[in-house]
Write a protein that binds this ligand. Structure first.
Ligand code: PEP
Length: 251
């Protein structure tokens, strides 16, 4: 069975003081006991050093929310994958819907970011998801299929076995609206079938497909009980230690 994975996406939130309180609360809450799920937090880039300082040696991994496709050079404001690796990041989110919507990131750029992350030894968390208009027009399967498809074409099958996929319906992110477990499971099963074509049945069974979109302590257990939902990518609820811990414990 795949162990569950719960990842916090802090987005552009936090301060040194607030992060210290949040991270010490999470670590204390996990209590050194074997957590029910693997967990990680994806912090704004300036706080990755603080994550490394406070989380090294704990069960909580850390990562970033975006990465450049370039290795180094004249790309003002960008952060290279090797720089994230320098701060011992394990994960980096690529293709979050907020980056797609506000920064014009398309499927090809997202796929190149996933490749840059893998080349630096990081695990990309590749986000896919449809807007409300696309769902209402019955385009969900086509939209997420194309988003994942571009990544699958860009990476070798061996590289694909090292990614994490996150299904995040855009209409559920930060809105309090959650996909029903059945709705989410349907898309997750489709994504796993697509992965299977690229990497084979056994490898596809090992891959993590997370659900994201208003996952909270009160709906997490039901969502993660679905056969193809292997954990969560958590925005708002990852900013409170008690809520994040409750989601980990619901896994
Ligand atoms: C997210 O930003 O990835 C997310 C799922 O946000 P929220 O949990 O707040 O909907």
């Amino acid at each position: 069975m795949r162990p569950k994975l719960v990842v916090g996406n802090w987005k552009m939130n936090g301060s040194r003081a607030a992060n210290a309180t949040l991270l010490s609360g999470i670590v204390a809450g996990l209590g050194g006991a074997k957590a029910k799920a693997a967990c990680a937090v994806c912090a704004p880039a300036p706080y990755l050093a603080q994550c490394q300082e406070l989380l090294a040696g704990t069960p909580v991994a850390w990562g970033a929310q975006d990465v450049s496709v370039h290795a180094s050079g004249a790309y003002t404001g960008e952060v290279a994958a090797a720089m994230l690796a320098d701060f011992a990041c394990r994960y980096v989110i690529v293709g979050h819907s907020e980056r797609r919507a506000y920064h014009g990131e398309g499927n090809e750029l997202v796929a190149r970011k996933a490749k840059a992350a893998l080349d630096a030894g990081l695990t990309p968390i590749v986000c896919v998801g449809e807007t409300l208009a696309q769902r209402e027009a019955n385009q969900t399967a086509a939209v997420v299929g194309e988003q994942l498809g571009t990544v699958l074409e860009t990476l070798s099958p061996e590289e694909v076995t090292k990614i994490v996929v996150a299904y995040e319906p855009v209409w559920a992110i930060g809105t309090g609206k959650t996909a029903t477990p059945a709705m989410a499971q349907e898309v997750h099963a489709q994504l796993r079938a697509q992965l299977k074509v690229r990497v084979g049945k056994e490898a596809a069974q090992q891959l993590h497909i997370l659900y994201g979109g208003s996952m909270k302590p009160d709906n997490a257990a039901e969502l993660m009980a679905q056969p193809d939902i292997d954990g969560g990518l958590i925005g708002g609820a990852s900013l409170k230690a008690a809520e994040f811990l409750a989601i980990i414990n619901a896994a």
